[in-house]
Each structure stands twice: as C-alpha cells, then as structure tokens.
Ligand binder design. Structure first.
Ligand code: G3P
Length: 294
C-alpha cells in the first residue's frame, strides 16, 4: 500500500464501482473518480444487459448512469465524482445545463463535466452561478484553459479543467506541455481553477503530473497497477520527463503563450480539432453500445 501520498489528488478514470474498490485496496485511498460516456458504456453490468439483448431507453440510460455514480460516490474522497453530460456538437448550453442540474442532485459530491466548447463554457458559467461544481473536459490548449478560467471566475468551489495528455501524444505533440503551460499561466490567477491531468496512458504521465504539481490526476486502473508494481515512485527534483510517444519517437513541444486572464472568455480562440473529435467519439461509443439496435 502507498505510504508516501503525493500532493496531487488521485482519481480513478473509469465507470465501474468494483474497479474503484480494487484501486482503493491497492492504494489505500481514492480521492475521486471521473467518468465519461465511453467509460460508462464499458461498465460490466451495462455490457451484460446489452449482451442479453436489452436496448436501453434514454430514461433507462440515465438511471444506469445514476446508479453507477451513486455506487462510486461513497467510495471516494473529497475530489468527488465527475459526471459528464450527454452532448453532441449541436447540444445547446441550456440543454447541457438542465442535464447538469439534474445530475448534480444524484450524489452529494458531484462535479458536472462539460466539454470545452463555446456552449460547454456557457453551461459552466450558468452552473457556477448556481453553485454547481464543474469539470471542463476535452481541454487540449492553453487558450481553452484561459477561457475556462475567465468563464468560471467567482466560483465559490474549485473548478476543474481537464487537459487530455495522451490524446495530444497520440498525434505527436507533447501533451504534458499543456499541463505545464496551464499551471504556469494560472500562477498569475486567483487559484480558483484546479488542473486535473487526464488521458493518462502510462506511469511517466502520472509521475510528470505529480512533478508539475497538478492539483489532481485521473488514472485508469491499469496505470495505478503499474505504479504499484514499481513500488509507488514519487518524482524528486531530479525527475525529468522523457517526452516520447508510444513508439519511442520524440514528441513535439507545445510552446507557452502569454495570455491575459483579464480578457472576456469569448475572446480566446478555443476551437480545437481534438475537442470536436472527442465529443464525436463519446457520442459514438455511447450510442453504439447502448442503443445498438436503435
Ligand atoms: O481522462 C480522460 C480519459 O477518460 C480519456 O482517456 O485514454 O481515452 O484518451 P483516453
């Protein structure tokens, strides 16, 4: 079990309460959990229902999602459970917000995940005004994180922003640089946005997130197992991150930009191809699993 707990809070990236319990027994604690439509679609009970020929109605889908997060909620610490709204590229902020309001009532420690798009940020803006905690997901750029900061300014609760490290690596860019750049940019801010390093694929991503003092990191069970198997290393000041991709090829650095956090959030260029693709993938994974015969 882990004796030297890192400062970075550790969340399980998954959709199965049994898996969360297993990670908790390996680490001795779990600070929180993140879920998303692709992960919920992989939940073993959902898979079983589908395999037995059952097609879920939209109400049944929401019920299943609610049951899963209600089972996870008491297992985790104060970083809460992030629940993602169902959004495609046409979903309006008002539609996302109304789902978010409902999902926020499911458990006492919910964070509502909205995509880092114009509509997602409008929904986040409305949410923080109603004291609904938010996690802005599918973040791939410093500009997007600047917009998250400004759109949620004044929030009483910490807001999470989730840069997706592995998906930038997948296309040859150094995803860890985005975490580093956001952390540097936020040094000039009021601290209301916490960086939640996400899309963690291997141990070095986890260790680099610790070394950069990300407030939180969400980790698939496979990577917490890797960490445990290497006896829970924690990076010291001599740690250097090797920015290499899955095939050992060097990743392209992402340079830091000077951005002014006093500008209106709509002034930042938040468009990112991977955010669009990410939304499409969540919709496709969810629909193909849950409504196969629809
Ligand atoms: O934490 C975000 C995560 O669920 C996405 O991970 O591996 O699909 O990029 P991945």
């Amino acid at each position: 079990m882990l004796t030297n707990k890192p400062k970075t809070k550790i969340l399980v990236d998954g959709g199965d309460p049994d898996e969360t319990l297993r990670v908790k027994s390996v680490l001795g604690f779990v600070d929180g959990q993140t879920t998303n439509p692709s992960l919920i679609a992989k939940n073993p009970e959902i898979q079983q229902r589908i395999a037995s020929g059952h097609t879920l109605t939209p109400t049944e889908e929401a019920d299943e999602y609610r049951k899963i997060v209600q089972a996870i909620s008491p297992l985790v610490g104060d970083a809460g459970v992030s629940i993602e709204v169902f959004a495609d590229l046409d979903t309006s902020a008002e539609e996302m917000f109304s789902q978010g309001e409902e999902m926020f009532s499911w458990i006492p420690n919910a964070y509502i995940k909205y995509p880092c798009t114009h509509e997602g940020l409008r929904a986040a803006e409305m949410s923080v005004q109603q004291e609904i905690r938010v996690n802005i997901t599918l973040c791939f750029s410093q500009e997007q994180a600047a917009a998250v900061y400004v759109a949620t300014k004044g929030s009483r609760e910490p807001v999470y922003v989730s840069p997706f490290v592995g998906r930038l690596d997948d296309r040859g860019e150094d995803g860890i640089d985005v975490v580093k750049n956001i952390k540097t940019m936020y040094k000039n801010g009021d601290g209301h946005v916490h960086v939640l390093s996400a899309s963690i694929r291997h141990l070095d991503h986890l260790l680099a997130s610790f070394a950069l003092n990300a407030e939180l990191v969400t980790v698939p069970a496979k990577v917490t197992d890797e960490w445990a198997a290497s006896n829970f290393p924690i990076p010291d000041q001599n740690f250097t991150y090797k920015a290499v991709g899955a095939n050992g090829q060097p990743l392209k650095p992402i340079p830091y930009k000077e951005l002014d956090l006093n500008l209106p959030w709509q002034s930042f260029d938040i468009a990112h191809e991977l955010t669009t693709k990410g939304i499409q993938k969540f919709v496709a994974d969810y629909r193909s699993t849950l409504q196969r015969s629809a």
